[in-house]
Design a protein around this ligand. Structure first.
Ligand code: AMP
Length: 470
């Protein structure tokens, strides 16, 4: 299909390929097949989103910040597949979570295996840790990722069915320092991209202490069952911690008087949590102790945290930019050896949206200082190879080879604010020369084509190298 499409698009290519290189035989140009008009234009699948070049500066900026932090904190990049066995997510994220119950893209592949498009990446990272025997590496193993996730969620502002996350995971160490450092990385990231956030933090303790708390919580909510929303009535039996997550006004009022998990922490978890907070205080990372923060996934133990846009109201919670915590039991749950671990994930679309809304200034885009203009077919052809020579010499050059008029090209050169325009016409091609025009001074100079790189370098060296920092 792809091959056929590309043949239809470029009939000249076919002509060249199938014709023999003899002069006598004239090649027959194949006319492109008429494009069939279909009734309906192709549409984006609901919940999906194109990221266009005008957003790219934000994405690149965010990516560079994340990659820089990963380097500073010594995290190695890991790339795990989009498709995994469905069971991996069921076992890790939790059967009774919204993600597993309603949001996964799951299907049977042609071999009859049930697979899912990843709704998050931690499960895949832990699977890779087990599969590749990373337990034998010096611990903690520190990994970071960046890529698309898929959830069949109800699309709305800042909520898509395909969205990107980056995340940091540290596996193989139970120390509170790991939790604190993860939070510090998240904090530094938001500080460096210029987005004010609050870090909401809580501890869920161990599964045992959490179980005792859940009994208490269910007893409290049962006594108020009549006032709960329908979802919370179901949560009472299925997933009681999520009672604390409900956004319905009547349930939130009930929540305000509910027992608080910190009061039910076991001694070790309490000390662990205090240590995390102590570390954060030391580096003056501000946080809000949020007794209702439980996170949506089953695998969290002890420290949990979320990064909210400024404020700690319901709107901030709904627009959460990222979240994470410790998941000490996950590796074992997936069949590996017990491995304490922690991590966090951040949603990139939400960050980009927030940066745009806040009009965060991006670093200036580097623009080339040279423009290569051509006039006539022979010049255009020659210009192609001169352009390649500049690239090989690592000097960025702008061009508009599809334009015929010199005036139009000079206007583009002008709008780019280049310092020099190289002009190549019919005469220059025959003479083996190029005209260098100093755009500010308006002076022109004829230079031998073989010396053009050297000449341009010399001129640029008199200023900055290769770019306009406009
Ligand atoms: P989670 O994996 O649910 O803890 O989500 C971590 C972060 O990913 C959230 O704070 C959001 O920034 C982002 N996120 C989660 N779900 C979506 C979605 N459906 N669309 C866009 N971003 C999302």
């Amino acid at each position: 299909m792809f091959i056929r499409d590309s043949l239809i698009m470029s009939p000249k290519k076919i002509t060249r390929k199938v014709s023999k290189p003899t002069r006598e035989k004239k090649t027959v140009e194949q006319k492109p097949k008429p494009v069939k008009k279909t009734a309906r234009l192709p549409q984006l699948v609901r919940g999906m989103k194109d990221i266009l070049p005008n957003s790219e500066p934000y994405w690149e900026f965010v990516y560079n910040k994340v990659a820089g932090l990963a380097k500073d904190f010594n995290y190695g990049r890991i790339e795990v597949p989009i498709l995994e066995e469905t069971n991996l997510f069921v076992r890790s994220v939790g059967r009774d979570t919204d993600i597993i119950e309603k949001e996964m893209y799951t299907f049977e592949d042609r071999g009859g295996d049930t697979v899912s498009m990843r709704p998050e990446a931690t499960a895949g990272v832990v699977r890779a840790y087990i599969n590749h025997g990373m337990l034998n590496l010096p611990q903690p193993v520190k990994l970071w990722y960046w890529g698309p996730m898929f959830r069949y969620d109800r699309p709305q502002s800042g909520r898509y069915r395909q969205f990107f996350q980056f995340g940091f995971e540290a596996l193989g160490d139970e120390g509170a320092i790991v939790d604190a450092q993860l939070i510090i990385i998240a904090h530094d990231f938001f500080k460096e991209i210029g987005l004010p956030v609050t870090i909401q933090i809580n501890s869920l303790g161990t599964p045992e202490s959490c179980q005792v708390f859940k009994v208490e919580l269910v007893a409290y909510y049962r006594s108020r069952r009549g006032q709960l929303c329908d979802d919370c009535k179901k949560r009472l039996n299925k997933n009681p911690l999520r009672l604390l997550d409900c956004k319905e006004a009547q349930c939130r009022e009930i929540r305000n008087e509910a027992p608080q998990i910190v009061d039910w922490l076991d001694e070790d978890s309490k000390n662990h949590f205090m240590k995390v907070l102590e570390y954060l205080d030391e580096v003056e990372v501000p946080y809000v102790l949020n007794p209702f923060l439980v996170r949506g996934l089953d695998y969290y133990t002890r420290t949990v945290f979320e990064i909210w846009p400024e404020g700690d109201d319901e709107e901030a919670r709904q627009n959460s930019l990222g979240g994470g915590g410790r998941y000490d039991l996950l590796t074992e749950l997936l069949g590996g050896r017990p491995t304490p671990a922690g991590g966090f994930a951040v949603g990139i679309e939400r960050i980009v949206n927030a940066m745009k809304a806040k009009e965060v200034t991006l670093p200036p885009v580097k623009k080339p200082k040279i423009f290569l203009a051509q006039l006539g077919e022979a010049a255009r052809t020659r210009a192609l190879s001169i352009f390649e020579e500049f690239r090989a010499a690592d000097i960025p050059v702008a061009e508009a080879f599809s334009k015929d008029s010199l005036k139009a090209q000079l206007e583009i050169a002008d709008s780019l604010g280049v310092k020099f325009t190289l002009v190549l016409g019919q005469k220059e091609v025959l003479d083996g020369t190029v005209l260098i025009r100093d755009m500010e001074a308006g002076i022109q100079e004829i230079v031998d084509q073989r010396k053009i790189i050297k000449e341009v370098k010399k001129k640029l060296d008199q200023g900055e190298v290769g770019f306009n920092n406009k």
